[in-house]
Design a protein around this ligand. Structure first.
Ligand SMILES: [Zn+2]
Length: 212
């Protein structure tokens, strides 16, 4: 059985200094870290917060993702894809369940669809020129409604490898939106061909003539 919240905190804080700051290690020692260790310090470790604050959309009646179940650049019966604007990396896409599910409660038939879609979206993003990798993340600490991140790493930027990519994404200037929109459309066209579903054109939700 995992440690209780109190046991975990005691275990962690035992390795911290008098201000409950853990030492810098591992991630910041990695040569792709966006931060130099000089002058950097770890935030104080806070004690557990119980019960945890609710995530957005825990109540389906107040879930914003459910309200937007028809929004996106691509729609299928159970899934929708959106492009996250304002990113620093070339492309950030998000795959959402259209109905209110979280990952652990996903019925097996939808989990199977999610597996196929995850591979296909990553494949189409990595097929874009000058994209070396498509990272896939499922966090789920902000919103309860299932959503997966697809984050493209630009070719040649070896310093942006690995799990620091999302931090670099926040540091980089905004990538040209018109380029990202066009590349997202290429991914969507490939997804319509490989999986089905419908490409949605423009922010007004107009649909193209692609077969669904
Ligand atoms: Zn929802």
């Amino acid at each position: 059985m995992p440690l209780s919240p109190e046991e975990f905190f005691e275990h962690a804080v035992a390795a911290a200094d008098d201000e409950q700051r853990l030492p810098l290690s591992r991630m910041t020692g990695w040569d792709v870290s966006p931060f130099e260790t000089e002058g950097l310090q770890v935030s104080r470790l806070r004690p557990p917060e119980l019960p945890e604050p609710p995530r957005g959309g825990e109540d389906p009646a107040e879930c914003t993702s459910c309200e937007r179940r028809g929004d996106g650049i691509w729609l299928a019966d159970h899934w929708r894809l959106t492009r996250i604007p304002g990113a620093g990396v070339p492309l950030v896409l998000m795959l959402h369940a259209r109905d209110h599910h979280d990952l652990a409660g996903l019925p097996d038939d939808l989990a199977a669809e999610l597996g196929v879609l995850t591979a296909q979206v990553a494949r189409h993003v990595e097929a874009l020129p000058h994209i070396s990798r498509c990272h896939v993340h499922r966090m789920g600490d902000g919103a309860a409604h299932l959503h997966l991140w697809f984050v493209a790493r630009p070719e040649g930027q070896a310093q942006l490898r690995g799990s620091w990519l999302v931090i670099w994404d926040d540091l980089l200037p905004e990538y040209p939106a018109e380029v990202a929109d066009a590349d997202a459309a290429v991914v969507v066209d490939a997804l319509v061909d490989s999986y089905g579903g419908t490409r949605v054109v423009g922010t007004g939700g107009r649909r193209s003539d692609h077969p669904s």
